[in-house]
Design a protein around this ligand. Sequence first.
Ligand SMILES: [Zn+2]
Length: 403
Amino acid sequence: MRRLELELERPIPADLVDELSSALPYAAEGAANFHVDPERPAVVRFDVADAAAADTILRKVSRLIDKMTRGWRSLPPKVIADMRSVVPHHDGNTWTEMKDAGIVSEVAPGQVALSGLGLDLFDFFDRTFVRFAMAFGAKRVRYPQMISVEALNRCQYFDSFPHHVTFCTHLREDIDLLAAFSHAQEHGEPFPFARGLHDPEYVGVPAACFHVYLDLSGRDLVSPTVITTSARCFRYEAETMTTLERLWDFTMREIVFVGTEEWVREQRRRSMDEVVQFVKSLRLNGWMEVANDPFFVNTFVARKYYQLLTEAKFELKLSLPYTNGALAAASFNYHEDFFGRSFDVMLDGSPVHTGCTAFGIERWVFAFLSQYGVDRSRWPDVVNAGLAGQIDATGPATVAPRE
Ligand SMILES: [Zn+2]
């Protein structure tokens, strides 16, 4: 392992440091532990596994930084609801506390198991958001966990987020190949997956709402419609996968609004009011701001500006006292008629406009526990009352590690 230092022509703008840091791990295989020091923003440090590949890796890292920073102009942050005067009740290390309490375990990178109070809270938040959806007259739908590459191509997903994609495929239909695979697994031998796997036609769904647009494709709606769905979503996040903040496999509940521009904007605004009221009722520290998706390099600067300027996306941030940071727990998106056109969904002779309000359920659990701790007796009554009747009372698992 060798530590490299890359001197940049111009410093990374302060408001891009976080976003750039989360994109850097995708620049090149064999490079890891990226660090941008806010005090010295014209220097990026990282490790390379193979010193001989250093030149190639430096070139790729420079390319990514250049694409993300060229033409960048900072816009002032725009906060539209501020709950940061609330004093959090707790500042302990949530991740350690959850593990010690036996309510979360890390199964693999970016993959967790939730149980006990962790799972009870998860259900509480999801049911709350379903209730919000019902107040909008939403229809509940449960979609498959995979979606076709073709469907995501229709809305140019791979243009912006190729780095997150988790492909689903299978072995080719060939008896010799199948036998060779079984043999290789049994004997711990390598298997040539590149030849053995069928080209992927499906991916793990990266957001819950794509299936809604696909479901409505080619249809003429007679009135605006609201659908709520929850999905296990897959986003590969390289080395930035951590705690419940950034998972490879996580749960998203969405309320999807399909109608005219004015109607969709109005529903989104109502859903934002509803969520801010909920955060206040829980006395959580956080804020709502104009946000953007961390699009990947091809179109980064142009799209990001467009989103910020048109207020296409608002985000609810909840504070994590123990890191002095925050996470995005909900987003409120307006897509104009992009999905209406991509999937040919019409209303009154025009492509529909769409919007979605999305909740990252594991993040709500994590932010809540970060601000309140794992001791239920310190939680707000509204949460404890909401859990009533669903506690499985099993408590932490009674297993001890093997000697
Ligand atoms: Zn969505």
